[in-house]
Design a protein around this ligand. Structure first.
Ligand SMILES: Cc1ncc(COP(=O)(O)O)c(C=O)c1O
Length: 490
């Protein structure tokens, strides 16, 4: 079908008429994906935009709501990405929209370092109250995750008078120079961008699947590795230890039980500021407000971002008052830090969590996805692990025996899902992990439709690849019946 967006065809009017209606929460393929209008717009983009920006799926979005992204060709794509864990409360959440609209009508910006507005204070108060840790806190707001992580380091350095930073294998903390240094993966994040700031040291991450001594020994052995790095470098020269409670870009790796608590104890023993980077895993994504709650661990500082601003750029560092106030006046800030529109959006996000059952929604998503995808992990299947929490879930593709990563399988599965109108993202140090990050408000039927497409994509990629073993096809049919069973229960 021709693109309804094509003005010459009168299609724009069609889209405009649709705009007053809620976006139907069903997948719809009107054209190939990407469709003709997206293809034209992408060609224009290539002429104007730096080629340094990649794109997971080159479709141009016209509207988004709930679990659906509607593109400019009128296709309705299931959103298993949430703009990388940002639109958790939905991309058109009415509570967020109402507050932003009201703020927009009053003023857009003053710069909080010039004159003040109380939505900034209200966001800080919410974070001081809701982040784990039964101690007096203060918060500072920023615009991007990398900026917030850098500011956490500034705070830790100012408070301790020390310089070194401890980070972990497979970590991702951003694309600025310091956060690139803190990030583990070379390509695409760091290649050709060095030299990086010094004094960043890396320690082992207790990643159960690939831990050489076996998953059951991961915590104890990784903690011993951390102690070894600290001893070698001088534990009392470290300002901060920074860890994601569930690693995001590194592959949705859930640390082995006890690892986070062990790190917190080590940090406390050596006077190192323990920083939790909850930018991707926090703000309800995992079914708890903060992922570290699963391990009963609080950071001295916690960094939040992404879903905090409901789609507007807002990030934060929250932590112990004595650390947060160790910085000289004027030492923290930024022109757009805690912009009024972004603060208004965050207040809408908090309201959405307070009025809706979004944490339970995340757990329901986990339940449905687990029933469908976990059966795919069999002894000789190239899906070697299903992992994650709440609505932050992943499957890893690797050789069943050697665990050699199979990134091409993951890429092929993702491409097939895209062609069928399901947006999924690949991540991981080896690029072999398919991750699911649906909005917490996604409907069950839509979720199940997207999962059915994913399972079908896996089955067809298996059938065409050298994987073609009976185990693989058994796994695919097991999953297909799991989709059916989940649908029957709905
Ligand atoms: C855990 C984590 N930290 C930091 C960042 C950087 O955030 P931003 O892209 O907003 O700078 C990200 C972004 O993906 C992230 O997942």
């Amino acid at each position: 079908m021709d693109s309804p967006y094509d003005v010459e065809e009168g299609g724009l009017a069609y889209i405009e008429a649709m705009e007053s209606l809620p976006l139907p929460q069903t997948r719809l393929l009107r054209t190939a994906i990407p469709g003709p209008t997206s293809t034209t717009l992408h060609a224009e983009r290539v002429q104007q935009v730096s080629s340094g920006f990649g794109v997971a799926l080159p479709v141009f979005i016209d509207r988004a709501e709930g679990g659906i992204l509607q593109d400019v060709d009128g296709n309705r794509i299931i959103d298993f990405a949430s703009g990388i864990a940002v639109t958790s409360v939905g991309a058109s959440n009415p509570l967020v929209q109402a507050r932003v609209r009201d703020q927009l009508a009053r003023f857009t910006h003053t710069c909080f370092m010039v004159t003040e507005y109380d939505s900034f204070t209200a966001v800080c108060e919410w974070l001081n109250t809701h982040t784990p840790g039964d101690f007096e806190k203060r918060t500072a707001l920023f615009s991007t995750g990398a900026e917030a992580v850098e500011n956490a380091i500034k705070i830790a350095r100012a408070a301790t008078g020390r310089e070194k930073i401890l980070v972990f294998d497979d970590a991702y903390h951003g694309r600025s120079l310091l956060t690139m240094a803190m990030t583990a993966k070379e390509n695409p994040y760091k290649t050709s961008f060095g030299p990086f700031p010094g004094e960043v040291h890396r320690a082992p991450m207790a990643a159960p699947l690939r831990w050489p001594g076996g998953a059951e020994n991961a915590t104890a052995e990784a903690l011993a590795g951390v102690e070894a790095v600290l001893t070698a470098q001088g534990a009392d020269t470290f300002a901060a230890m920074v860890i994601e409670p569930i690693q995001g870009e590194g592959g949705f790796i859930v640390p082995a039980p006890g690892f986070l608590a062990g790190l917190r104890d080590i940090a406390a023993r050596h006077g190192i500021v323990f920083v939790l980077d909850e930018i991707q895993a926090g703000m309800g994504r995992t079914g708890r407000m903060f992922a570290s709650e699963y391990e009963g661990v609080a950071g001295d500082l916690v960094v939040t971002g992404k879903a905090l601003g409901g789609g507007l750029p807002l990030t934060a560092v929250t932590g112990r008052v004595e650390l947060m106030n160790a910085v000289h006046a004027g030492g923290l800030g930024g022109t757009y830090a805690g912009n009024p529109l972004a603060c208004a959006a965050a207040l809408g996000v908090f309201e959405a969590f307070e009025t809706g059952d979004l944490l339970a929604g995340a757990l329901r998503i986990e339940d449905t996805v687990r029933r469908v995808l976990e059966p795919l992990v069999t002894e000789d299947s190239p899906i070697v692990e299903f992992r994650g929490r709440g609505a932050m879930l992943a499957i890893e593709f690797a050789d069943a025996v050697t665990l050699e990563p199979r990134p091409l399988l993951a890429a092929a599965v993702a491409a097939r899902c895209h062609a069928q109108g399901v947006l999924i993202l690949v991540c991981g140090t080896y690029g072999n992990v398919i991750r699911l990050l649906p909005p917490l408000v996604i409907g069950r039927e839509l979720l199940e439709d997207g999962l059915a497409v994913l399972v079908q994509a896996i089955a067809s990629v298996y059938a065409e690849s050298t994987v073609g073993s009976t185990a693989a096809s058994t796994a695919a049919s097991t999953a297909a019946s799991a989709v059916g069973a989940a649908a029957a229960r709905a």
